[in-house]
Design a protein around this ligand. Structure first.
Ligand SMILES: [Mg+2]
Length: 422
């Protein structure tokens, strides 16, 4: 399990907010997933490898802006493929259901905002105000877009809670960006250098704070916590948002394992189940050797797009193995910065004593619940203790009927039966 930094949360009420202002790209929509996907293919054509760690440099840009920065034109045709980020539908439905006004404030032109949200059922009618950058004089980081949204909502700026993914890049040499081109021109890929030509800044957080609003940052890529200092709170993903801290109605869907436990912090969150599978590979060896916790590693090859859709953190579900049956499982998704990975990895811990290795066997996972974001630990002992606590949560939660029935998910055994294994 990996150990990255995240902001510690407390349950105390911080302020009373009356409305929420949401950014679109990277906050509600997994724009980065599409950008990553296209950049990988584009750079791959010229023998260059896309490094997910520098992906933060394009977070917050619209697909078109990101495309322009490196000279890829065809991203705009992929808007219909941009998925909602985990927790986005839940958040919109929750706020809307409780009558909390929501404004959608995006740095994209209004028309492209409308197009993007048109692929998501119920979104458009959930927003009291939709405002694009072309409806104000200056887009973020100017506060104008948020102030205009507050005006249209008829609320005080001080009662607005802004949720932003925060990072964005700006070409340092504005007068000399690469020409827009199609990916047939290898010169652009070779000449344009992210590190040299782009500078990270934070238009969303900056704009929200300049508007005298409260701002929550939801960075969707590897933590750059030093860049988020100006935000009032940094959360791992929308799944970790606790509206009650801001005087807004709390979510009701967190499952507390024991009545005495604090909901959410010591509970689990049901998520829309998703699947991932493949042969078990030899991992870094640290699971067994360093932590005493053997994980059944899966290669991320071919799965990076699936992983990009899911925030880093600790999840649980069911695992099916060709010869070993279906078992409970707890797992982490993350970047394992200690090992300097260039891609997100997935590390499932099968909660069963197999007595032998099963490298090469087909492993199928059904992920059904979320436990917590990745956390920073001061010692190896506290990390190991936390992982064992996660194990207990997963084991107990998976006995609950709402999670237990996924043990019969056909995905877990379908290919195994085809191979003659039950
Ligand atoms: Mg954004």
């Amino acid at each position: 399990m990996s150990t990255t930094t995240t902001t510690t949360t407390t349950m105390s009420l911080k302020k009373f907010m009356s409305c929420v202002m949401l950014d679109l790209d990277g906050t509600l929509l997994n724009t980065d997933g599409i950008v990553n996907e296209v950049l990988k293919v584009f750079l791959g054509k010229y023998g260059k490898k896309w490094d997910g760690r520098v992906a933060y440099k394009v977070v917050g840009k619209t697909p078109f802006e990101a495309a322009t920065a490196i000279g890829v034109m065809h991203l705009q045709y992929r808007w219909c493929n941009i998925k909602a980020l985990p927790g986005a539908n839940r958040l919109i439905k929750h706020l809307n259901g409780h009558g909390v006004p929501i404004a959608l404030a995006s740095n994209s032109p209004r028309a492209s905002v409308e197009t993007k949200i048109s692929y998501h059922l119920g979104w458009k009618e959930s927003f009291s105000v939709i405002i694009g950058a072309d409806e104000v004089t200056i887009g973020k980081p100017s506060p104008e877009i948020f102030l205009e949204a507050a005006k249209r909502l008829n609320v005080e700026a001080s009662s607005c809670l802004v949720i932003e993914d925060s990072l964005r890049v700006k070409p340092l040499k504005l007068e000399n960006p690469p020409d827009i081109c199609v990916p047939s021109d290898s010169k652009v890929a070779n000449q344009w250098n992210f590190e040299k030509n782009l500078k990270v800044y934070r238009p969303g957080v900056t704009a929200g704070k300049a508007a005298h609003m409260t701002v929550i940052a939801v960075p969707s890529l590897p933590k750059q916590s030093n860049l988020y200092k100006s935000a009032d709170e940094v959360i791992n993903s929308l799944l970790d948002f606790q509206p009650e801290k801001w005087g807004l109605p709390p979510f009701q869907d967190c499952i507390t394992l024991k009545p005495s436990l604090t909901p959410w912090i010591e509970g689990t969150l049901p998520i829309e189940p998703w699947h991932i599978g493949g042969p078990v590979i030899k991992g870094f060896g640290r699971g067994s050797k360093v932590l005493g916790i053997p994980t059944a590693n899966l290669t991320t090859e071919g799965y990076s797009n699936i992983l990009s859709e899911h925030p880093s953190g600790v999840y649980f579900g069911w695992a099916g193995l060709a010869k070993q049956g279906v078992h409970k499982m707890v797992m982490s998704i993350g970047w394992n910065p200690y090992f300097n990975n260039t891609e997100k990895t997935i590390e499932p811990w099968l909660l069963h004593d197999f007595g032998e290795d099963f490298y090469g066997e087909e492993l199928r996972l059904a992920i059904v619940g979320y436990i917590r974001p990745e956390t920073n630990f001061s010692s190896l002992e506290s990390l190991i203790a936390k992982i064992h606590e996660d194990r207990k949560f997963a084991e107990n939660a998976l006995d609950l009927p709402m999670y237990a029935h996924y043990k019969n998910d056909p995905y877990l055994t379908s290919s195994l039966q085809l191979n003659g294994h039950q």
